[in-house]
Each structure stands twice: as C-alpha cells, then as structure tokens.
Design a protein. Structure first.
Length: 224
C-alpha cells in the first residue's frame, strides 16, 4: 500500500545511526511479541503478507512514532479481532486489569509442541517456494523497468524503484505472490528476481558510485 509505511528511499528523515552495542531487544516485552507472531499465524490469524498489510493500516502519525514491535502488536490485534480469535472488549478489559495490577503475574501456559515448532520457524523461517509450470519471462542480464503507478493494496514494489530501469542479476525461482496473498486472493506463484540498479538511476547524482539490489516479483517488471 502506498503511504508513509513505504519508507525505503525517502528523503528528509536524516541519517540512520547504528549503535555498535545495540541490544537485540530494547525491552523484555519485545521478546514476547516476537514469539506471539508465529503462534498467532499457526492459530490462523493471518499469513505473512496479511500481517504486513495489517501494519500498513496503522495511521501514519502512529506508524512513524511507534516502536518496531508496537507495529507487530497493532497488526496482531487487528487480525485477532477480525478473525474472532479474541474479543475486542475482553482484550480491553484485560489490558486495564494489568494497568491496575502491574505486578500481577501472567497466567502460566505450557504448550511444548508449539515451542518446538516455534524454534524451527524462528531459526529458519517458513518455505514460501511454490511450483510454477510457466517459464520465467526474464533471464540474467535482461534490462527491465519496474511497473510505475500507485498500488491500492499490499505490494513489495517499493516506491523508489517504480518506473526505474535495472538489470536482472539473479533468478530465484517461483514464490508466493504477496500482492494477492495479503488480500485474501490466494497465494499465487510468481518468479522472483534480484534486480541491480545504478544509484544514479534511483537518486541522480546523490546516488553516484552506488549499486542497489532489490528482489522483485515478475508482475512488477516490464522489458526495458
């Protein structure tokens, strides 16, 4: 979806600072949120692309001022309520209860089979490769232009490469197509390419002496 959520390549936000000693988690609650994601996906709340689309529906001001895992929580609540996994009123009552009783311990829970599944998913992710009987339209070395224009739904067609021309660097095979999977229209199966762009093609002189590689699905590309 187009909007503030597509931050890649945008100007005006200043430099990105990477502290040498930055921790993996900034707060203990972030660890819990990380584990909640695959657990809710296993419960049928969302697929990966729906989860990302849920974050795109966060109001712009809230999105740019919230922390990373707060985005996750927002999407989980959105789909958890929408899919009937929990009730919005009950959720609000429980939140208020722990605001009033911050030292109260959470109820214990033990699901060893889920723990083993989560260990595998967190370590290596899921398999999104899907068979495709059609031949790939492009090959390594082909010049391609990214389809321009807006997107009304979820897409991985980043705004800063739309209408820009690059070169196919790698063909990765066929995978779930995010644009349909996020909108409940089926997984699809589309080839994914790594496309090489010269920095000048994307940002003019500011991108000089820079090469950018981005993975793009076949429907995003046209012959240059």
């Amino acid at each position: 979806m187009d909007g503030i959520h597509d931050l890649g390549g945008r100007h005006g936000f200043g430099p990105i600072h990477h502290p040498d000693d930055e921790p993996v988690f900034h707060s203990d609650w972030e660890k819990t949120v990380l584990v909640m994601f695959p657990a809710m996906a296993m419960a049928g709340a969302f697929n990966l692309d729906e989860f990302r689309h849920g974050m795109e529906q966060i109001p712009p001001h809230d999105y740019i001022t919230a922390r990373y895992y707060e985005h996750w929580i927002d999407s989980m609540i959105h789909y958890g309520v929408d899919r009937g996994i929990f009730d919005a009123d009950e959720l609000e009552r429980r939140i208020q209860h722990y605001r009033d009783n911050p030292d109260e311990q959470l109820p214990p829970s033990s699901k060893p089979e889920m723990v083993e599944t989560l260990k595998g998913l967190i370590a290596s992710g899921d398999d999104y490769h899907r068979p495709n009987d059609e031949p790939a339209k492009f090959a390594t070395g082909d010049r391609v232009t990214v389809v321009d224009g807006p997107s009304l739904g979820h897409t991985r067609r980043a705004g800063y490469v739309r209408g820009r021309t690059g070169t196919i660097a790698t063909l990765h095979g066929s995978y779930v197509y995010p644009d349909t999977n996020a909108m409940g229209e089926g997984e699809g199966s589309e080839y994914v390419y790594t496309v090489e762009f010269a920095g000048e093609e994307l940002w003019g002189d500011e991108g000089a002496n820079t090469t950018i590689y981005i993975d793009l699905w076949e429907p995003y590309l046209l012959p240059a």
